[in-house]
Design a protein around this ligand. Structure first.
Ligand code: GDP
Ligand code: MG
Length: 571
């Protein structure tokens, strides 16, 4: 099997196109024609096809190959490696529309080149356009359009020219200028590895020829250092800062700065396992570990760089996002944002414009970004993020948005915005304790959208001795009760509307007063043993089992209700 070879050039490409236009067949052919398949795969697949009475498909080779590669733990299942005489390739296959977007957003954006496959017989489809748009959105500049299934149109130059003209006009609007349009028949292997006799009128490169002709972006190593910290390990008495060098190079003796805080130190050594691996420089693309002179408390998410070429640091940036969540992407709601190895909470501060990704028409800015919409937004996070413009650095210029537990969207950073004043998120504070006060959130049923909206006033803060509003528009608590803000590990006792104690969850013991969780949902534990069981089960609950836990232990409608509203966002 092909292995990536560090000394050879590697080019990452993504293959996209409408379903059934031949992506898998093209890739299967590439693997077959370049002898990249593991021994026996072709025979195995042919045999299975025969046994099941199905015609042989090159696409099946891909499945077999992916199966094979999955066994090597290093490989992402959606990525295939193969090589030509010239260099190594990593192909990102896009099995379906949704997977495609997920892959693009979460991993394939550092693909340097994109191949858009169009069925010559079916012509340009809506989804072909959508995929092209995504390529442009993600800033993939090196694009080839491949007209597949030329056998079905008698290798007609006329059809080729018609589709080429249509696509060129469309792509120009997106500022995508394909390097070339390549006619092929993946199924029959025409113009894949070698130019085809049947396509004599075509003067350009074959598919593989075109791939090999792409100039790789030189000098990722020569770009500014970006070394996001993945983890800090302790071995013996050494602390090793581990991560992948995304760009630039780092060597022993370098004076580095660790962002966002800007802590300065010097590289003492580069970790190695065996003496023969000892080295004093590591470069872009390498996963490595370094040991530094000063021992700070370093953690995942920080980014190492040189001060002369430092990344942007802010809690606000302008970005293009692609949304694929079922729930709308809305303002004033908290989302998890993952950027390189950083994970922060953030929200949409402003929606500048929304585009329908299938028609590419601008939409009325309703304040809500719907599934498959693309929008230009300003995002604000609750702590500083270290990033670059996507145009300058792919890995540190791209992020993913998580809604609940799902990756629901992603985006690329267009520009940094000035740092925003942070909103005070903590509502209950006492000495060093801080807890979120989501018990004062209002719940509205939006009759225009058939959805539930939440509203919260961020500017309120309460401490021991304060009287709290025990009723709002959509909630009414008892005059005396206890709030357990589980995620902040804080308990709040309220007696006759007054906060009497704010303590840690560990210090809290069952009182017999009604209990709510941090969102004001009634906890169904009314006796000491029930309370103990609740706490015990909570301690064993991870993210995956949270829903189950909540359904078992908390009740929404004891103190809360949902009230009807027109359009919440217009208030
Ligand atoms: P994908 O959904 O884009 O991955 O498409 P597949 O690679 O699975 O191909 C869909 C169908 O088109 C399969 O039945 C292929 O055999 C067929 N196909 C792919 N390429 C060609 C081609 O060049 N010529 C013909 N005639 N059929 C093709
Ligand atoms: Mg396929």
């Amino acid at each position: 099997m092909t292995q990536l070879n560090e000394t050879r050039d590697t080019l990452k490409i993504v293959v996209v196109g409408h379903v059934d236009h031949g992506k898998s067949t093209v890739i299967g052919r590439l693997l077959y024609d370049t002898d990249s398949l593991p021994e026996g795969t072709v025979n195995k697949v042919k045999k299975i096809a025969k046994e099941t009475g199905k015609p042989f498909e090159y696409a099946y080779l891909l499945d077999a190959f992916e199966e094979e590669q999955k066994q090597g733990i290093t490989i992402d299942t959606t990525q295939l490696q193969f090589r030509t005489k010239k260099r190594d390739y990593v192909i990102i296959d896009a099995p379906g529309h949704k997977e495609f977007l997920k892959n693009m957003i979460s991993g394939a954006a550092n693909a340097e080149a994109g191949f858009l496959i169009i069925d010559a017989k079916e012509g340009v489809q809506e989804q072909s356009k959508r995929h092209a748009y995504i390529l442009s959105l993600l800033g993939i500049k090196k694009v080839y359009v491949v007209l597949n299934k030329m056998d079905l149109v008698d290798y007609s130059q006329e059809i080729y020219e018609t589709i080429k003209k249509e696509m060129t006009e469309f792509l120009a609007d997106l500022k995508v200028y394909p390097i070339d349009y390549i006619p092929v028949s993946a199924y029959f292997g025409e113009n894949i590895l070698h130019p085809s006799e049947k396509l004599k009128w075509f003067k350009g490169n074959s598919f593989v020829g075109a791939m090999d002709a792409i100039e790789t972006e030189k000098g990722l190593e020569d770009k500014p250092l970006r070394f996001p910290i993945q983890d800090v390990y302790k071995f013996d008495d050494r602390r090793i800062i581990a991560g992948r060098i995304e760009s630039g190079r780092i060597k022993v003796g370098d004076k580095i700065t660790i962002y966002p805080e800007g802590k300065k130190t010097t590289v003492k050594s580069i970790a190695y396992w065996a003496e023969r691996d000892k080295k004093d420089v590591a470069v872009a693309g390498e996963s490595t570990g370094i040991i530094v002179e000063d021992e700070f408390f370093n953690k995942r998410g920080e980014v190492i760089a040189f001060e002369e070429d430092k990344p942007s640091i802010s809690n606000s940036f302008r970005a293009n996002v692609f949304w694929m969540g079922k729930n709308d992407l809305v303002k004033n709601k908290k989302y998890k944002i993952k950027l390189s190895s950083q994970e922060v909470e953030g929200e949409i501060e402003e929606i500048i414009g929304i585009v329908d990704s299938s028609s590419l028409d601008s939409k009325v800015n309703s304040g809500k970004i719907k599934q498959n919409d693309v929008a230009e937004v300003i995002i604000t996070t609750n702590e500083d993020v270290v990033f670059d413009k996507f145009a300058d650095s792919h890995v540190t210029g791209r992020f993913v948005i998580v809604d609940g537990y799902d990756v629901a969207g992603g985006g690329i950073i267009v520009d940094a915005e000035e740092r925003r004043e942070l909103k005070e998120l903590q509502t209950f504070t006492f000495e060093t304790l801080k807890a979120r006060g989501d018990i004062f959130e209002e719940f509205y049923y939006n009759v225009e959208e058939f959805s539930i909206d939440q509203y919260k006033d961020f500017n309120k803060s309460y401490t021991v001795g304060d009287e709290i509003p025990i009723s709002g528009e959509s909630y009414k608590y008892p005059e005396s009760f206890d709030v357990l803000v589980l995620r902040d590990k804080v308990a709040i006792k309220i007696r006759n509307k007054i906060i009497t104690e704010i303590i840690t969850l560990d210090q809290y013991g069952f009182t017999g007063y009604p209990l709510t969780n941090g969102r004001g949902f009634a906890i169904q534990a009314f006796t000491q043993p029930e309370f103990e069981k609740f706490m015990k089960e909570y301690s064993k609950t991870d993210e995956r089992r949270e829903v189950e836990f909540l359904n078992q232990w908390v009740k929404f409608d004891t103190y809360r209700r949902v009230i009807f509203h027109n359009n919440f966002w217009d208030i």
